[in-house]
Design a protein around this ligand. Sequence first.
Ligand SMILES: Cc1ncc(COP(=O)(O)O)c(C=O)c1O
Length: 466
Amino acid sequence: MASTMISLASATPSASLSVQETLKGKTRLGSGSVSTLFNKEKGNPSNKKKSFGRISMTVAVNVSRFEGIAMAPPDPILGVSEAFRADIDVKKLNLGVGAYRTEELQPYVLDVVKKAENLMLERGENKEYLPIEGLAAFNKVTAELLFGADNPVIEQQRVATVQGLSGTGSLRLAAALIERYFPGAQVLISSPTWGNHKNIFNDARVPWSEYRYYDPKTVGLDFEGMISDIKAAPEGSFVLLHGCAHNPTGIDPTPEQWEKIADVIQEKNHIPFFDVAYQGFASGSLDADASSVRLFAARGMELLVAQSYSKNLGLYAERIGAINVVCSSADAAARVKSQLKRIARPMYSNPSVHGARIVANVVGDPALFNEWKAEMEMMAGRIKNVRQKLFDSLSAKDKSGKDWSFILKQIGMFSFTGLNKAQSDNMTNKWHVYMTKDGRISLAGLSLAKCEYLADAIIDSYHNVS
Ligand SMILES: Cc1ncc(COP(=O)(O)O)c(C=O)c1O
């Protein structure tokens, strides 16, 4: 704890006592810097008249200036990993955070990433500051990857793209833009959603409300609820949509449902705001996973899209992503981009270069790009395999007749098990399976070898805990 040092020079004994008394036992004697000087003229006001000559003592006060700050609760997602690390049981399984693991449950660095990094070393690239908007080569390829290089929005220069600090930082930039230029406008977010969305909009002081998304009865999409909540929202709201692989449910609208969602958003003059954190990771195809965004862009709508390369290129710690704002004219896009830069400058000045160069090298090089697609298919394929095996194990072991097929209908890294908080606690406390308390498990952290154990844990928690 930091301590405040008070030195008493030329002070009366009673003056020093009164200082100690005032601090109610939170003092100790020590030596340190002089912060207050007591003497005949400038003494403790209550003892101004008396002086007993010069004595000197120093008081260190163990009262932190941060005393009023309460302990923050652990993060509901990243806190799960902390608890996992502290568990010494050999059976423990971390299905909390959405990070890809190999079948041996080890972190995985993509081969194309290693190749791109070698290229960067060979070229001896420097570490100069990037411009505020990020690496030009990255911004170009990231927008092309999202919309398709031949998309009119790109050809007509209608997209304002700014490199962000991964998906989170890009969402945060967009939230700041909304707060500044759309005062009072609310963001509609799905119920449930990725835990950090609410924090992001709260911190940016953007009001939000929820639209229905998950139907616990079917463990599927509450499409009617979603449509009617989007319809009921005040005109001109921002509608946050997960481009693919909805987190936490793993439930995505069908192409027909996406069309209807776009209809309602257009009717109500809302602004779609896509969060694309899993492009290529949901289906294994980069194009298929961008189809929702492209559908909206093809209708000529203005929209926002936050992108992340944490999952699909495994660049979690590089913090690389982008915010794209599709505008109705190139002129509007240029102005929006200038304002995004203005928001970024006092927040973090300019983004980091390493991840941006990796993405630019991989996406911009046809050979590496093809290798990346193959690796992504491999990762998405491994997750599909454990999804299937988990379903098979649950179906074989659970004799109650419960239908577990919703697990196969879900897509991406996660499965929403439908387990409630008490059941999720049982998974952790009894079975050492670490997961978020909303019943979400990350299949990316599961191996084929652990599927049967996980099935036992789920069946026990589902049937024996209310
Ligand atoms: C829906 C969603 N959006 C955004 C992110 C942002 O991740 P990152 O900041 O690592 O790119 C995540 C990560 O889990 C996510 O699931």
